[in-house]
Design a protein around this ligand. Structure first.
Ligand code: GRG
Length: 327
């Protein structure tokens, strides 16, 4: 087994733990009104790399957290969260699940006809193609709400209220107009503008879009895990820097995959950025320069990990993985 396949199998194991937590913390599918619960579970379970959830847990581990990656989450899910669900899942896995719920909501809404109008996501039909537009909007809304419901119950998993409020603030900040939504707005406004604006203006916009649309949730993930493990300000700052560079590299590679990737491996269409006239790194700088830029970002991410030594080994490997990922 080569180095990247072992990394991929370890990532898959960690992703499976996040998946189990999601399964417990999402409302049960048959519970009334069933269709919304099915729509929420359809787009959240059974797909995705779970990078954000894994980052929450790894940040917690690096900062001395201890409850990550235990198995045997066997409490049944329910419409209303129960104390035993949070207790069994534990703080890091609950926060990991909450971040993945917000991520899933953003993907469902991003795929809607009024936004990117995509038919395929994670290798299957998009939420609105299966459940209809109204239900897809509601499923996204419900996932966002559930994420904060989970975090508001962190005290059931033994988390101090003040720490829980800090964790909630991280996710709320990343999800708002100073984060995901701000990035999405500027992205939508930039469609069809790739060749029209001044290069310096385009470069500024591109940086803004990706720092907000992609980077904000990666940063929040690391900061939430670190806060739950009681990290000090210096550790928070270093992990934040890792996430910032990791997020930018992730997005540059995402743009490159839309040019050079393989649709079945990616689980979504390719070439859609160019068709929509989107502002992307390869469109602005060319493929070779974009690839070099991604490598520079990963080098910076690795530098931020140096003070953590061997404890950050998995995060370092994950950064390298992002550079070479095919999906
Ligand atoms: C709130 C509607 C709304 C949008 C916010 C985050 C976002 C903006 C839109 C989501 C769509 C998108 C293309 C975001 C850029 C980040 C990105 C490349 C997401 C895909 O992340 P992966 O590859 O997905 O980690 P998986 O499926 O592996 O979880």
């Amino acid at each position: 087994m080569n180095r990247s396949s072992t990394l991929e199998s370890r990532l898959a194991q960690k992703a499976a733990v996040v998946e189990q937590a999601l399964d417990v913390l999402l409302p049960a599918a048959p519970a009334f009104p069933a269709m919304i619960h099915e729509a929420m579970r359809y787009s959240t379970l059974g797909g995705g790399k779970r990078l954000r959830g894994v980052l929450v847990m790894e940040a917690g581990l690096v900062c001395g957290g201890s409850d990550a990656f235990e198995r045997d989450v066997s409490v049944p899910s329910s419409v209303h969260l129960r104390p035993e669900s949070l207790r069994h899942v534990g703080p890091l896995r609950a926060a990991a699940a909450a971040v993945e719920m917000v991520h899933a909501y953003s993907l469902i809404h991003d795929d809607l006809p009024c936004m990117d109008d995509d038919d395929v996501r994670r290798g299957k039909a998009t939420n609105h193609r299966v459940f209809g537009e109204a239900m897809a909007v509601l499923a996204g809304d419900a996932l966002l709400t559930r994420a904060f419901e989970v975090l508001s119950r962190l005290s059931w998993a033994g988390v101090d209220d003040q720490v829980a409020v800090g964790v909630i603030a991280e996710l709320a900040t990343a999800g708002g107009t100073g984060g995901l939504i701000g990035g999405q707005v500027v992205d939508l406004q930039s469609e069809g503008q790739a060749g029209l604006s001044e290069e310096s203006d385009a470069a500024r916009r591109l940086e803004y879009i990706h720092a907000h649309k992609t980077g904000a949730l990666f940063r929040a993930s690391m900061r939430m895990g670190a806060r739950l493990a009681g990290a000090d300000e210096q550790a928070l700052k270093r992990l934040d820097a890792y996430a910032r560079h990791f997020g930018l590299a992730f997005q540059i590679v995402d743009d490159l995959l839309d040019v050079e990737g393989d649709a079945p491996t990616l689980g979504k269409e390719v070439g859609s950025d160019a068709r929509k006239g989107k502002l992307t790194f390869p469109a602005l700088y060319g493929v070779d320069t974009a690839r070099r830029m991604a490598k520079t970002q990963i080098d910076e991410a690795l530098k931020a990990l140096v003070p953590f030594g061997d404890r950050a080994g998995f995060l370092a490997e994950l950064a390298e993985f992002v550079l070479h990922r095919q999906s």
